[in-house]
Design a protein around this ligand. Sequence first.
Ligand code: AQP
Length: 326
Amino acid sequence: MKRIFSGIQPTGDIHLGNYVGAIRNWVYLTGEYDCIFCVVDYHAITVEYPIEEMRRRTLDAALILLACGLSPENANIFVQSHVREHTELAWIFDTVTPIGEVERMTQFKDKAKQHRSNINMGLMSYPVLQAADILLYKAGFVPVGEDQVQHIELSREIARKFNGRFKPIFPEPQEILSMAPKILGVDGQSKMSKTLNNYIGILEEEGEIWEKLRTAVTDVNRVRRNDPGDPAVCNIYTIHRAFSDNNMLLEIDKGCKTAGIGCIDCKKMLFGNLKNELTPIREKALALGKDMGYIEDVLAKGAAACGAIAKTTMDEVRETLGLYIP
Ligand code: AQP
């Protein structure tokens, strides 16, 4: 069975972008692939974070993955720092990665602007660790949102460099994009992101979700109710495409272009569909939250299974590097 690997950072509430850009796709793919999903805590420490919250955030991220439909039966789920080989392989990959390649990464440039007082080596080396995350399991496919495509390209480049210099032991991984690979935030400008605080969390209460949706930016040229709008430039329509069926999409497309449907009505329709999909997830998350011991067991089982694969790969890598192995 072909293998996929993907990860999510424990940096706060999981939002609609994470859900439709990644997690929902992960659940769809479980039937076809050998799946490994990881809460990437070592990625999350590349920026300032509340230390006292990291443990809870990590467990909560795993809980949400389970609430969304992943399970130990269809995937291995674990925490990155529980499998030490991730950082070990990252160091080795650092030695084959040209600095120019990481310096040109869009995410590094954006984060360096956002965190001017803490532009650390980890922030720059983030995609090298990501390549190690993927290649430690020789995963050929990586389901991610559009923002990660450049990093997956770099993972291919790192695999090529390593294979060319030493021995061809790594696949060149390919990204798998969902049908909604880029969701903008409620500001309608930037990517929906936990750290930009422009998100709708998938576990938020209905009232909070509606309040954020009600005030979310739509087509900025549609000022008055009677102005026709353009769904192609409206973030609410993009979210609709991830949650609504074709009939509703056609109705909205036509209604928006002819001003037959106003933005608030369009948002109400979306809200109904969001409720239908997210309410069962919220209920399952509440139930799972009553037994955190279960979440810990799932993560331990995932770490044991993935740790065994990681160890085999690292033994092979050390031998390939020509290191002295006693
Ligand atoms: N807005 C998005 N639209 C589609 N997919 C998205 N993803 C993230 N945002 C969107 C995808 O979700 C997966 C997990 O990504 P992450 O943990 O890095 O989430 P994030 O929201 O990007 O995290 P942060 O903490 O807010 O980081 P920054 O500020 O860097 O964005 C990935 O597959 C990602 O593509």
